[in-house]
Design a protein around this ligand. Structure first.
Ligand SMILES: Cc1ncc(COP(=O)(O)O)c(C=O)c1O
Length: 454
């Protein structure tokens, strides 16, 4: 497909507004306005988006790994229409309604073990912010208030979550006086082990260092360790099987809470309902968002163990927004959860994930640009390299190459996220409803692009 010139008057008008009035995050506005490369989309169906010219694009990454149930999912859309006509809003301080109660019950039922107390909010960042507050309030010792997390981790961009997000580049431009408490240790990044070790002869040093960090700071200084079961924005960094059980053991030993941030990995994405189930690790708190409604509405949750909630049950918890816990967002979540259950989606994701992984491994055999492939289920990352033997970073060759690569995919009718700590990982994280022939199409396009960049 050749991208058509954006000459239609409505396209001109959209770009005019973007250029003059919009301030979009994560991008340089000057560059976006100058290049005018993004497609102008009119609708979405299943795993495809369609632009004003009628071109179709396969969304290989589900937007920001969030459109789990595809575009135009009628089941969720119908539930929303129904709820909208009945009761669009009800404030949680005034009254309760069935659909909201159902969501509390359903999440508690489905989250592992005794994660039975559910707090609802709007964004993933809200959930993480809340978990930080709870962890810091849980201990009577006011000094036990630091939160340990991983370099390369992503937990949000709000003031509190930014303090624990492990990308300094996100914090630097604003000279933020980040609230105290964020400490980082290196991630379980086996392909480029931060300690120069090789699994399995490494004694899982990345987990041992959490022990060291807690001892170094003093166990009475650390309230919680937070991590993504598989690191998302950092590049689908997938730990070895020993990692999470060991981290849990270390946290328990030092009486440090374990928060698992399942905002990206939760609700079936990895072939289990929650990624922590791959390692049978039950955290003290779990955060979730994206897949909870497949972004049909903004809704997030913190699932908290009863023992932690007990500490707060007589207190007021000041953590919400006007629109938190709305019937509309709960209707979306409930419809999404019943879609997962009725479609047997989690088992299907496990199967399709194996199929996708096999196809990606074939690409690695054929292309020297593929360094590492990692992930679980339909959460797969492909790290590109400019020299496979020496593992030379792909991005080190030409920092502008990410943009060029994105355009090459776009020209072939595929939208793919290229990210990771060094912006050289392709995200194969399609909507969970993808079929095998669509996986073939996704890999076929990838093969064409890999051939071209070789
Ligand atoms: C693991 C994780 N935590 C938190 C967030 C923040 O969620 P939100 O963008 O909804 O605030 C994200 C977003 O990508 C995420 O991947």
């Amino acid at each position: 497909m050749k991208l058509q010139e954006n000459v239609l008057p409505e396209v001109e008008s959209i770009w005019d507004a973007i250029e003059k009035n919009a301030w979009i995050p994560w991008v340089s506005m000057a560059e976006v306005a100058k290049k005018r490369e993004q497609p102008i989309i009119t609708k979405g169906e299943g795993i495809y988006l369609e632009d004003v010219h009628g071109n179709q694009y396969l969304d290989a990454s589900s937007g920001p790994v969030a459109v789990n149930y595809g575009y135009g999912n009628t089941r969720i859309a119908d539930a929303l229409k129904d709820q909208l006509s009945k009761l669009h809003f009800l404030h949680y301080r005034i009254a309760f309604t069935q659909v909201v109660a159902d969501v509390f019950r359903k999440i508690a039922e489905l989250t592992p073990g005794s994660l039975n107390r559910i707090h609802l909010n709007i964004t993933g960042s809200d959930a993480v912010e809340g978990a930080i507050k709870i962890a810091r309030g849980y201990y009577d010792d006011p000094e036990k208030n630091k939160i340990l997390s991983l370099y390369g981790s992503y937990h949000g961009l709000s003031y509190g979550t930014l303090s624990i997000t492990g990308f300094t580049s996100f914090k630097d431009p604003f000279r933020l006086n980040i609230p105290s408490g964020g400490l980082h240790v290196p991630p379980p990044y086996c392909y480029r082990c931060p300690y120069g070790l090789v699994y399995p002869g490494c004694d899982i040093m990345c987990a041992q260092m959490i022990d060291e960090a807690i001892k170094g700071e003093g166990a009475n200084a650390i309230a919680a360790f937070i991590g993504e079961p598989i690191m998302g924005v950092g590049g689908v960094i997938t730990p070895p099987k020993e990692y999470w059980p060991l981290v849990k053991e270390i946290c328990d030993k030092h009486d440090v809470l374990l928060i698992l941030d399942e905002v990206m990995t939760g609700w079936g994405r990895t072939g289990k309902l929650f990624a922590c189930e791959h390692w049978n690790v039950e955290p003290d708190m779990m955060t979730m968002a994206k897949g909870l409604s497949g972004v049909y509405q903004g809704i997030s949750a913190i699932a908290v163990q009863e023992k932690i909630f007990d500490k707060f049950k007589d207190q007021k918890f000041y953590h919400s927004h006007t629109q938190s816990c709305s019937p509309l967002s709960c209707a979306a979540a409930l419809a999404a959860i019943s879609f997962i259950e009725d479609e047997n989606l989690v088992a299907k994701v496990a199967e399709k994930g194996k199929y996708l992984r096999k196809k990606l491994e074939e690409l690695r055999e054929d292309s020297a640009a593929v360094g590492d492939i990692r992930g679980k289920g339909l959460f797969q990352g492909m790290e590109l390299v400019s020299d496979r033997e020496q593992k030379l970073r792909f991005s080190s060759k030409d920092p502008a190459f990410t943009g060029i690569l994105e355009k090459k995919f776009l020209e072939r009718g595929m939208i793919i996220r290229i990210g990771g700590y060094n912006s050289d990982t392709l995200y194969f994280t399609p909507p969970l409803i993808i079929e095998n022939d669509e996986i073939d199409q996704m890999c076929e396009i990838t093969w064409e692009v890999l051939k071209e960049i070789a």
